[in-house]
Design a protein around this ligand. Structure first.
Ligand SMILES: Nc1nc2c(ncn2[C@@H]2O[C@H](COP(=O)(O)OP(=O)(O)O)[C@@H](O)[C@H]2O)c(=O)[nH]1
Ligand SMILES: [Mg+2]
Length: 363
């Protein structure tokens, strides 16, 4: 699962990406940090895993990770191939969700391709390029479905749905906001449209007054638009994030305190990205390793066990589960057991975020 960092040129995408990769490099033993200069792997900050690790003092602590891709800046006309637009749009197509970086900082030394800071205009430019690229894809889909409908009437409906979607896109709307029933939504989801991908806005703010982002008018504009779309906006200062990512635990805490912010924007962005992908973590703990495992929301216990090892899924007997909060309230696993808070769950159990699990299996 990976997120594409998207936006106009010179909005701070690479600065943010470098901060992310740096944070990834800091986070211990992850081997893929440098798969590709444009792909970064980062640990998902998880205070629960940190606490577990303090309790168990394991030899190794392994966080959940996600991948970010630094996609080169899109410019006006990208969907018609301007500025290698087709290639960059293709890069976006290969991601599961989008982090749209919006320039909310003024800096005369950093050229703005459109000449001034104007977050809403900038978002509009990117949106239109994604939407126009989608129109092309949708047209091809309509052609295909119409041809198939000559032999098989079931494709008529498909052609109709995509035609309605095409009108919606041509009015300048994202596929994301297209209103239709569940079945049609699933049908549309088979088409890999760019403007259908889940999105988070990263408002890249000036370092001055970053702590007080709520009173920044640029931030407000992005926040208002995001609220209308039901999307999240995370305030970041790419420049500061890059500095913060170089610090270790205690230094980082002190620096954040000095800045007057409780958590780095990057950490918030990474957690929000994880949630945007529909991912949650369950935890395993022991003297050897404490670890956060990634599953999609709605995953049942045997499939979660399969993330650890296929044998665990094949020979699944049951899962012994304690909620993180319950374990913390009790202090130790033994105390949690005594209070009956360690539950025995079967094959149909739907995993919850923060479940601490021991799988019983037999192969
Ligand atoms: N003042 C300020 N400059 C920034 C910030 N983020 C990025 N920049 C600068 O903007 C320029 C372009 O940044 P870059 O990350 O390469 O943008 P990209 O083209 O979107 O990848 C660089 O000189 C950065 O140092 C920020 O938060 N504040
Ligand atoms: Mg760049």
């Amino acid at each position: 699962m990976k997120l594409g960092i998207v936006g106009l040129p010179n909005v701070g995408k690479s600065t943010l990406f470098n901060a992310i990769t740096n944070a990834g490099a800091e986070s211990a033993n992850y081997p893929f940090c440098t798969i590709d200069p444009n792909v970064g792997v980062v640990a998902v900050p998880d205070a629960r895993l940190d606490r577990l690790s303090q309790m168990y003092h394991p030899k190794k602590t392994t966080p959940a990770v996600i991948e970010f891709v630094d996609i080169a800046g899109l410019v006006k006309g990208a969907s018609r191939g301007e500025g290698l637009g087709n290639k960059f749009l293709g890069n976006i197509r290969a991601t599961d969700a989008i982090v749209h970086v919006v320039r909310c900082f003024d800096d005369e030394n950093v050229i703005h391709v459109e000449g001034s800071t104007d977050p809403l205009r900038d978002i509009g430019i990117i949106d239109i390029e994604l939407i126009m690229a989608d129109v092309e894809m949708v047209e091809r889909r309509i052609d295909k479905a119409s041809k198939a409908a000559k032999g098989d009437k079931r494709f008529l409906h498909e052609a109709e749905v995509f035609s309605a979607l095409k009108d919606w896109l041509n009015d300048g709307n994202s596929a994301r906001s297209f209103v239709c029933d569940e079945d049609d939504r699933e049908l549309i989801a088979t088409s890999e449209l760019l403007s259908l991908k889940p999105i988070i806005y990263a408002a890249n703010l000036d370092e001055d007054g970053f702590a007080d982002y709520a009173s920044n008018p640029y931030y407000h504009q992005v926040a208002e638009l995001a609220a209308k779309e039901g999307a999240q906006v995370i305030p970041v200062c790419a420049k500061l994030e890059a500095e913060i990512a170089e610090l270790d635990g205690d230094e980082k805490k002190m620096f954040l305190e000095e800045l007057g912010i409780p958590e780095s924007g990057l950490d918030r962005l990474i957690r929000a990205s994880y949630a945007l992908l529909g991912l949650i973590s369950f935890l395993t703990s022991g003297e050897d390793e404490c670890r956060a495992w990634t599953i999609t929301r709605g995953t049942k216990a045997p499939q979660a066990a399969g993330k650890i090892h296929t044998d665990f899924e094949r020979g699944f007997i049951r899962a012994e589960v304690v909620a993180y909060d319950d374990l913390m309230a009790c202090g130790t696993m033994t105390a949690a057991k005594e209070k009956g808070l360690v539950r025995s769950e079967g094959k149909e159990y739907v995993m919850k975020d923060g479940d601490i699990v021991l799988f019983r299996f037999n192969v």
